[in-house]
Ligand binder design. Structure first.
Ligand code: AGP
Length: 615
């Protein structure tokens, strides 16, 4: 939640910051702002609303050019999304500007103390204490870098912070105190350094500067960075030099933009043939699963496997759990936010698999930390290289879906599910007494066709027609069994998230235990057929249909349930393990088109953010 960007270079920073903020808007879009430093001092522009509103404001009241600046896009935690609460925040002198992602837990105490020393506050945010603290220490040390370090040392909580300082009272830009630098620090919130040609970036995530460079350094907790026109320095909080490896990401700059599409979500749904091919590449050779990260035997000492995840990632984790259960492995899937109370006994023979696209979800990280503390072995299945989940677990397995910008997760669900399917078979092959799936050869052979089949679904889908046909409905129900249950839950989550309509997913057999009371001719029931438990799903769908509900079958063309349904979304014939993923693409398109018809802000649904870094 919240995206920050900072940039030092030789030419004007304003456009780069604005583009970066647009690429970070998936992290929050309640308000936006930038601060630019140039020869006439520090210029701050900020407002509630999206980056577009900031741009309009800048047209009316430009900052002027400047080679050094910081920017922020916000998902509110402390204080509503007003102009005053927008970042950057400044100190009383207006010479220090700060952007921050995270939560300062001791801000109330710090604020009281600073107010007693004469500092005046303008916002309700926790962040505002930071520029005031830097100012307080600046008065004591007259050295900005030292003042920044001292201020950071006072903070408790999580933060990625970037600050610029302009103490040139003459306004000539020549004061010896007027260092051309950005000061930044990380603790518990993501911060990546981008190394361009004669320009340096700091950002919450790589898409912010992907159009400028692919060379990155993943900063770690406790790192302090100083960016200057000549280069960068990474140290610990005490000022001792720290070395971090540079990495070159193979993401395409086009991944950060919408391309020919109106929305990132549509682009990301359509890109699934490619993202899935990347996920699979090199992991199945001659009918054998080969995970370079986990050679045969890696999991021989595992007794049980727990999955922890939130939202869409939880639904993908259900896939993993189902497949392991089929393999006779003791397993459970946990909502990460409930893990502390639901985990039960775990020890060093427990494998805890954290499934998280961003690798930054606070609930999932808390579960990982709890598992680590209790001695379990931990693995992150994540999309983001160098993310906190990847660093805090024993091993990481990357889903290789490429950057996902739309708040609604789409392509990453497919890639997570496929990665987990492969991982579970690796685990099952290693554990004595466990059995990989009976027809593993057929499953792996069908996997190679999956990208092409997803392409067929995307190209031939009639989801737009159905979205229009059922748009006036009172509620939308999604049912399935086994793997189809995970898809039903995911279909409903996607639908409610971006259409704001009431949608619920059920295991098909549960309808008759209560939800059937809600069923009328105004509640279409989308019934997912995956080739497992289909007869029972059909029975449950018929029970709803006989109470008036229109039934939409999501199934292959020649499936027996299609004839009795009221409408149909077609999926190619495939192995039962992959059928749900094809059905899910149809449901992604259904949600997209319904939201589009309703004129919803598809990529930025209200009240949500892509990366939920608060518990
Ligand atoms: C999905 O569309 C959501 N936006 C949300 O449920 C998401 O999957 C969840 O917050 C978990 O995120 P993560 O995968 O980054 O951990």
């Amino acid at each position: 939640m919240c995206g920050i960007i900072a940039r030092v270079g030789r030419d004007d920073a304003v456009e780069t910051l604005l583009t970066g903020l647009e690429n970070l808007e998936y992290r929050g879009y309640d308000s936006a702002g930038i601060a630019i430093k140039n020869g006439t001092g520090l210029k701050v522009r900020k407002c509630s609303g999206e980056v577009d509103a900031l741009k309009t404001g800048l047209d009316e009241s430009p900052t002027g050019s400047g080679t050094i600046g910081i920017g922020h896009t916000r998902w509110s935690t402390h204080g509503p999304p007003t102009d005053e609460n927008a970042h950057p925040h400044t100190d009383t002198t207006g010479e220090i500007a700060v952007v921050h992602n995270g939560i300062i837990e001791n801000y109330a105490t710090l604020k009281t103390d600073l107010e007693a020393r004469g500092h005046e506050f303008e916002s309700e945010t926790d962040t505002e204490v930071i520029p005031h603290l830097i100012d307080e220490y600046r008065q004591q040390t007259a050295d900005i870098e030292t003042a920044f370090r001292k201020a950071i040392a006072d903070l408790e909580g999580s933060y990625a912070v970037a600050a610029i300082v302009d103490s040139d009272e003459s306004g000539t830009g020549t004061s010896p105190d007027d260092e051309e630098a950005i000061y930044a620090a990380r603790q518990g919130s993501p911060l990546v350094l981008g190394l361009g040609s004669e320009e340096w970036f700091l950002a919450s995530d790589i898409p912010a500067f992907l159009e400028e460079t692919n060379d990155v350094i993943y900063l770690e907790d406790g790192d302090v960075v100083v960016l200057e026109p000549e280069g960068y320095r990474i140290t610990d909080l005490e000022g001792n030099a720290v070395t971090r490896e540079m990495d070159t990401v193979d993401w395409d700059p086009e991944d950060a933009g919408k391309g020919e599409y109106d929305h990132y979500m549509r682009k990301e749904i359509h890109s699934q043939p490619t993202s899935l091919a990347n996920t699979i590449e090199g992991r199945v050779t001659d009918g054998e699963i080969e995970l370079a990260e986990f050679p045969a035997g890696t999991f021989a000492d595992v007794d049980d496997v727990q999955f922890v995840a939130c939202g869409t990632s939880y639904h993908a984790a259900m896939y993993g759990e189902w497949l392991l259960r089929e393999a006779d492995v003791r397993t459970a899937v946990h909502r990460a936010s409930e893990y502390e109370s639901s985990a039960g006994p775990i020890d060093e023979r427990t494998l805890v698999v954290a499934v998280t696209q961003s690798g930054e979800t606070a609930d999932t990280l808390a579960a990982v930390r709890s598992a680590n503390a209790r001695g379990a072995r931990t693995v992150a299945v994540t999309n983001v290289v160098g993310s906190t989940a990847a660093r805090e677990t024993d091993d990481a397995l990357y889903i290789r879906a490429g950057p996902e910008i739309g708040v609604a997760a789409t392509k990453t669900f497919s890639s997570q599910s496929v990665t987990l399917a492969l991982l579970t078979q690796r685990i099952a092959a290693d554990i004595p007494d466990a059995q990989p799936i009976d027809d593993l050869d057929a499953m792996l052979e069908a996997l190679s066709d999956l990208p092409k089949q997803v392409e067929t679904v995307v190209e031939t889908s009639r989801a737009a027609d159905l979205a229009e046909r059922y748009l006036e409905s009172r509620a939308f129900f999604f049912i399935g069994r086994g793997l189809g249950h995970a898809v039903a839950l995911e279909g409903a989550l996607k639908f409610k998230e971006i259409t704001y309509e009431h949608a619920e997913g059920f295991t098909a057999g549960e309808l008759k235990h209560g939800p059937l009371a809600l069923v009328t001719e105004a509640t279409p029931v989308f019934s997912v057929f995956t080739g497992g438990g289909d007869e029972a799903v059909q029975t449950n769908a018929t029970e709803a249909q006989s109470r008036g509900a229109p039934i939409v079958t999501v199934a292959p063309e020649d499936h027996p349930a299609v004839e009795s349904g009221d409408a149909h979304l077609s999926i190619p014939d495939t192995h039962p393990v992959w059928a749900g993923l094809l059905a899910n693409v149809q449901l992604q398109l259904l949600s997209y088109h319904a939201a589009n018809e309703l004129g919803r802000p598809i990529d930025k649904p209200r009240n949500l953010a892509k990366s939920v870094t608060v518990e």
